[in-house]
Design a protein around this ligand. Structure first.
Ligand code: NIG
Ligand code: FE
Length: 397
């Protein structure tokens, strides 16, 4: 088996606080050895064992590959005009989802796959090495299965989002659509997905209501899927209660949380309650107030950060920018934001093999072209972070 040593790491953030101390388990002048896609050794560069290949990163920082646990990347069409209208004062109400559904249904599988391949490369260039991908722009049986198959070629973290919106053809028959999503559609989609998600939002006529969301997610759990919830995005609503009630792995958005929601999430946290996945790029691109992460973190709630890259509410794939916004506007420390986009995002996917650099974990690494991960926040918008392609690097094994 071929081995490669990454040496000369000025600052290695492992998220292994138990071994290396601090909040982030930082080791300086470090090296790590990768064997067969897994981390085989971590220690000081001066003690790095002999390997087949060596890659010296010349004092740069290395962090765990970023984990983007919320994206909608399989779609066709373009809604940049909707963004322009919002910047001029228009509000987001979810109607644009149906526009993307129309464009996506009309697109060829080759077109959707090619676009997704480009998006995945774009994410990697910004340090993201694990991506959750939702369906949700098909909203019929043939297209939801098609989108999940396309997504499944790129990630094992696939999410069935048939409960994204009520499609136009069911506008006057919502119940029939909910019956389809939680019945036949779920049956054919469940084998193609690890998760189910819903857009539960009383402030959008297009999204699911509480009882509809509960039915879809309950049946999804019965079908063996883990559940996630888009909730409390456009105003206060039942999303947090529902996420706790159903044992969701994650409550996403949480832009508008009541004190009672925060209480509920804090009470559930010690028993493995939902991670709250905040999506600051959405607040940025929809002119919503940024959520208060500190209020949750101070009470022991696990907070993750994700991009929510999608054609409507945020088209940026940049987790580093999301992290910078979280520190600038949401009361997170740089340590919390780094953890939010790595180990806490991994927790929201119920994974412990990613988001941290420990012996035996996946060798998913991101290089920061700076002496410290702090430059992600200090120099926002500068493309400092990129996934480290251990197998493809010159001198890589
Ligand atoms: O996470 N809120 C619902 N779904 C997406 C936006 C989808 C769209 O507008 O196309 C979100 O924000
Ligand atoms: Fe989303």
């Amino acid at each position: 088996m071929r081995t490669i040593a990454i040496t000369g790491i000025g600052e290695l953030t492992t998220n292994d606080a138990a071994r290396f101390g601090g909040d982030l388990g930082i080791l300086r002048d470090a090296a790590l050895v990768v064997e067969d896609g897994r981390i085989a050794w971590i220690g000081p560069t001066t003690r790095a064992p002999a390997t087949d290949r060596r890659l010296d990163v010349d004092g740069r920082a290395v962090i765990p590959g970023l984990v983007d646990a919320h994206t909608h990347l399989v779609f066709a069409g373009d809604r940049s005009q909707e963004f322009v209208a919002r910047m001029a004062g228009a509000a987001y109400d979810g109607r644009g989802i149906l526009e993307t559904v129309e464009a996506t249904r009309a697109a060829s599988t080759a077109h959707l796959s090619t676009r997704l391949r480009h998006s995945m490369a774009e994410l990697r260039r910004q340090g993201t090495t694990t991506v959750e991908i939702k369906s949700g722009y098909g909203l019929d049986l043939a297209n939801e299965t098609r989108l999940l198959r396309i997504a499944g070629a790129f990630t094992s973290e696939t999410t069935f989002l048939g409960g994204h919106a009520i499609p136009v053809e069911y506008r006057r028959h919502r119940d029939a659509y909910i019956e389809l999503v939680s019945g036949d559609m779920l049956r054919v989609c469940a084998p193609l997905a690890r998760w189910a998600d819903v857009f539960c939002e009383p402030h959008s006529p297009h999204a699911l209501r509480e009882d509809e969301a509960r039915l879809v997610l309950t049946r999804a759990k019965d079908a063996g899927l883990g559940v996630r919830v888009h909730g409390c995005q456009l105003g206060e609503g039942p999303g947090a209660e529902l996420a706790v009630e159903l044992g969701a792995a994650s409550l996403d958005h949480a832009t508008h949380l009541r004190d009672s929601d925060a209480d509920l999430l804090a009470d559930a946290a010690p028993e493995g309650g939902p991670v709250v996945t905040l999506l600051p790029l959405v607040e940025f691109a929809t002119r919503q107030p940024f959520p208060d992460a500190r209020r949750l973190l101070d009470r022991g709630v696990h907070v993750a950060l994700a991009s929510d890259c999608n054609p409507g509410t945020n088209a940026s794939s940049s987790l580093p920018l999301a992290m910078a916004l979280a520190v600038r506007h949401m009361g997170m420390t740089p340590e919390q934001a780094l953890r939010g986009a790595t180990v806490e995002a991994a927790r929201s996917l119920r994974r412990d093999d990613i988001g941290r650099l420990t012996v035996g974990a996946a060798a998913d690494l991101a290089l920061v072209d700076a002496p410290s991960y702090l430059h992600i926040f200090y120099r926002p918008g500068v493309p400092l972070v990129s996934a480290l392609d251990v197998a493809d690097t010159p001198g890589g094994g």
